[in-house]
Design a protein around this ligand. Structure first.
Ligand SMILES: Nc1ncnc2c1ncn2[C@@H]1O[C@H](COP(=O)(O)OP(=O)(O)OP(=O)(O)O)[C@@H](O)[C@H]1O
Length: 258
């Protein structure tokens, strides 16, 4: 579990995060949503420790992230997997070398052990046998899977995904969501996903954190979205007249069945 307490972040005069207290649970996907500029990426970077808060705390279980020694921070970082927007695969390395890279950085495994783990991770994302190919030789959806395999290689306890569906068609997006969700459940990972994708919200939103202007505006799960009377949530999720009509129809159907 990751927990934030009164998290504040300013850049000069720009007060971006304003007292965000929230929780991200283990074993389920936790989604951060909100309009452009709401502070989602800044929150994600604070959770990972890439930014220091102006005030407030980030706890990994009971550990205060920003009070750790460099060595303790390194130990936590080894338990963190990252899936970057745009994949951030190294173009000059093969798929296998990309997945092996975190093990080269952080472990003393032998070459044979690394090779075995690369194969296991490719199998985990249903991409067996593409070790020798280069990122440019596989599709965007496959690159995403390779990115997930790399994020999983050190058996993370925490997984951070920055817009994992960007640039993917809706069907591939759903497959990627299901893969992330499955790995999260099976390995009891605390997964935090920054997303704009409404399919993800309604599909895998087990814990949804909505930010508006740097504040926590709503928190709940996908089953609560339809009935919630939060105007901020409804304005954000059902943004178009078409979606608002769909919501009204869905609510009528649900209430008629009760
Ligand atoms: N390194 C930085 N230095 C100064 N200001 C920053 C920095 N990073 C983010 N900001 C500011 O923080 C605010 C929130 O940005 P952030 O990227 O978190 O928004 P977001 O919700 O992720 O938006 P989007 O959905 O468009 O990615 C913006 O006003 C941005 O200019």
């Amino acid at each position: 579990m990751i927990r934030t307490e009164n998290l504040e972040k300013s850049f000069g005069e720009n007060h971006v995060l304003k007292g965000v207290s929230t929780e991200f649970y283990s074993g389920k996907p936790n989604l951060i949503i909100g309009s452009s500029g709401a502070g989602k990426t800044v929150l994600l970077k604070l959770l990972i420790g890439l930014f220091e808060p102006t005030d407030g705390k980030v706890y990994y279980d009971d550990t205060d992230l920003f009070s750790l020694s460099d060595e303790a921070l390194r130990q936590i970082r080894m338990k963190v997997g990252m899936l970057f927007q745009g994949n951030a695969l190294f173009d000059s390395m093969s798929v296998g070398e990309n997945i092996r890279f975190p093990m080269d950085m952080f472990t003393n495994k032998t070459a044979a052990e690394k090779e075995k783990r690369v194969d296991e991770c490719l199998e985990m994302v249903n991409m067996e046998g593409i070790n020798e190919r280069f990122p440019s030789e596989v599709s965007g959806g496959m690159q995403k899977r390779v990115g997930i395999a790399r994020a999983m290689v050190l058996e993370p306890k925490y997984l951070f995904c920055d817009e994992p569906n960007s640039g993917l068609d809706p069907q591939t997006s759903i497959l990627i969501d299901e893969l992330i969700c499955d790995l999260t459940n099976r390995n009891n990972i605390t997964t935090v996903i920054n997303t704009h994708d409404m399919n993800s919200v309604m599909g895998i939103g087990d814990n949804i954190v909505l930010l508006k202007d740097g504040q926590l505006a709503w928190q709940g799960d996908k089953t609560q979205v339809l009935e919630s009377d939060s105007e901020v949530l409804q304005d954000f999720i059902f943004a178009s007249p078409f979606l608002r009509r769909l919501r009204e129809d869905a609510l009528k159907t649900r209430h008629a069945q009760e």
